[in-house]
Design a protein around this ligand. Structure first.
Ligand code: HEM
Length: 590
């Protein structure tokens, strides 16, 4: 018996050693970059999770510009040379498609047919003339959201959302449709989960609907802080003519996420939308998003019941035929829906794609959260931006009386405000967590800008890691400090050479970059024009460095703030001037 046990243990050990050499250990081939020191089993997982930027900068100092890190059995070669960004982006053997496929399959559980063509063509629906019309759509929705928040209607709506969900929960049947549309429909009891998700919302509701909610220490991505129902009953329906307290995330959701949602999916018939509402989706999306990094790496969704529950609610969307007819539905969604239907994709796949699109847009919300926070954190930042915004508005202002005062902005006007522009770049510098990652399609010799050659192995991943550039003390003086004016008339150097792209928040492929920047800047201008806002005493937060890998880092926890609608602000309007000669030239230049 003892002999058998010894033999089994021996085989097991041999198996483990063989598995180690097959999957984890790597013998370098000639010309391959060095491997970063790490744990024999985890590789560099722990170092990366503890503080990705510090780990990479330290390894860079040890190994040079190009080196390979390992996450369990996944090798990723890091190209940490900012001057090689363009070469990296242009390299045909470095493929983003495989990464996008992995996200679609593992996180959103579907496959996009002919995805390269779809994204290339759909991407045009937010650029060129569509950039201007998409922006017009967003600006109208933003004005609406500000009006609703100032009049108190947004609170009333949020409260009625909660009622809709209660009614919905009561009415929930065993509908097959709901089961089929659950994007994480991994087990047969999707409907039950769906009900319990809704019930969860309602149970949180009763906890949160207290006259004076305590300051929330929950992460903004934490479901315990509920955006739908975290409402002070005393203020529901009241005009915001006195100071009004809220969680920052909640406030940002109402004045930014809502208009963003409507700009993507349009508006249905008021009062008949059940759970397909921005505040419901925001809440559920956050819940789902928390597990993004695990799902992306292929961990089964069944391990995250909270994500599955959220998936059930997120799956409840209008039928595609209805969606494209909604008032203000984006050209992107219309195009993508038509494309997918032509390629024989199902309703469930269309639903999943809609969520992918919301996912990429969600980054814009995260940036806005940080913009609001940084405006409040230091009085000097708000004062400087306010001075610029007031000055530009004053110069554009028309109308004889304060009631009639209007200032009209074009996209060029919005982009030509140096303090706003620099502030936003600094937000991206400090808050980006993005991996610009590609799959190596075949063995490739990659030459860096300085002429060094590295052999990249087929099947590996290769990445640029912008946050490591953004916090490089050789590029940025005092990189840990937030300086809103860092980018005004400034140039940056590394190894004595000027850097062409000092901030890389969007990777090289994001088709939504121009739209996101315009939307955020327009939001900042409107926010400063319409509201006074402050953090409550002692409220501070910071980016959650454990979330490196997310495009924009979430905060470690939410903060409480208070805001006051300004008396008679100048009415701001966005003017779509696409078609004028100047605009074409600006577009071509950028
Ligand atoms: C602040 C907001 C945003 C950030 C930080 C952001 C960031 C990114 C990043 C880092 C990538 C990967 C690119 C690469 O690796 O080269 C990406 C891809 C993408 N983004 Fe954005 N994005 C934002 C807003 C948007 C918006 C508003 C849209 C809407 C059109 C959008 C659509 C996409 C799409 C479709 C892709 C996939 C591109 C492909 O597969 O080729 N993004 N984004």
């Amino acid at each position: 018996m003892a002999n058998i046990v010894t033999a089994v243990l021996g085989f097991l050990l041999l198996g483990l050693i063989a598995a180690y050499f097959k999957f984890l250990y790597r013998k370098l081939r000639p010309g391959e970059p060095p491997i970063a020191p790490g744990h024999w089993f985890w590789g560099n997982c722990i170092q990366f999770k503890e503080h990705a930027v510090k780990f990479l900068l330290k390894t860079h100092a040890m190994c040079g510009d190009v080196f390979t890190v390992r996450f369990l059995n996944q090798h990723i070669t890091m190209v940490l040379d900012i001057h090689s960004y363009e070469r990296f982006s242009r390299e045909k053997n470095f493929d983003f498609h495989a990464i996008e496929k992995q996200v679609n399959r593992n996180v959103f559980q579907y496959e996009l047919v002919n995805s390269r063509k779809m994204i290339r063509e759909a991407g045009q629906k937010v650029n060129g003339r569509h950039l201007f019309s998409s922006m017009e759509n967003f600006a109208q929705n933003l004005t609406e959201a500000f009006k609703e928040t100032i009049s108190g209607e947004a609170d009333t709506q949020a409260s009625s959302n909660s009622n809709i969900l209660k009614a919905d929960a009561a009415m929930q049947d065993q509908s097959e449709k709901v089961k089929k549309l659950n994007i994480l429909n991994t087990a047969p009891s999707a409907t039950t989960r769906n009900n319990s998700a809704i019930n969860d919302i309602n149970s949180v509701s009763s906890v949160h609907q207290q006259p004076s909610p305590a300051p929330s220490l929950a992460s903004p991505d934490d479901t315990t802080s509920d955006p739908i129902i975290n409402i002070n009953n005393d203020t529901i329906g009241q005009k915001v003519s006195s100071w009004h307290e809220d969680d920052l995330r909640n406030f940002a959701s109402r004045i930014f996420f809502s208009p963003l949602f409507y700009s993507i999916f349009g508006r249905g018939v008021k009062g008949q939308e059940k759970s397909f509402q921005p505040q419901v989706f925001h809440k559920m999306f956050d819940q789902f998003h928390k597990y993004f990094n695990f799902l992306w790496l292929g961990v089964p969704p069944q391990l995250f019941p909270e994500a599955v529950k959220a998936g059930a609610v997120l799956g409840q969307q209008p039928h595609s035929g209805e969606m494209v007819k909604r008032d203000g539905c984006s050209e992107y969604i219309k195009f993508a829906t038509e494309f997918m239907l032509k390629h024989g994709q199902t309703e469930r796949e269309i639903v999943s794609h809609n969520l992918v699109f919301l996912h990429v847009n969600y980054n814009t919300f995260r940036v806005v959260y940080w913009c609001m926070y940084k405006l409040m954190e230091e009085a000097g930042v708000m004062a400087a931006l306010k001075a610029e915004v007031d000055e530009v508005i004053e110069a554009k202002r028309s109308g004889a009386t304060p009631e009639e005062a209007v200032a009209e902005f074009t996209a060029d006007d919005i982009n030509k405000m140096p303090a706003v522009d620099s502030f936003l770049k600094e937000i991206f510098r400090c808050m980006s967590g993005v991996f610009m990652i590609r799959k190596v399609l075949k063995d490739t010799s990659f030459t860096t800008e300085s002429g060094a050659v590295y052999n990249m192995r087929e099947g590996d991943r290769v990445a640029i890691y912008p946050p490591a550039f953004h916090y490089d003390p050789e590029i940025y003086e005092d990189p840990e400090t937030f300086k809103y004016d860092r980018y005004i008339d400034a140039t940056f150097y590394k190894n004595g050479k000027e850097i062409k792209h000092p901030v890389i928040g969007f990777g090289s492929l994001c088709p939504g970059q121009k739209l996101a920047i315009l939307e955020i800047k327009w939001f900042i201008i409107n926010l400063i024009n319409s509201f006074k806002l402050e953090l409550l005493d002692g409220e501070r937060t910071m980016p959650n460095i454990n979330m490196y890998g997310h495009e924009i880092l979430p905060p470690t926890h939410d903060v409480r703030c208070r805001f006051l609608a300004k008396e008679k602000p100048v009415k701001l309007t966005y003017f779509n001037n696409f078609g004028t000669a100047n605009t074409h030239r600006e577009e071509e230049r950028s």
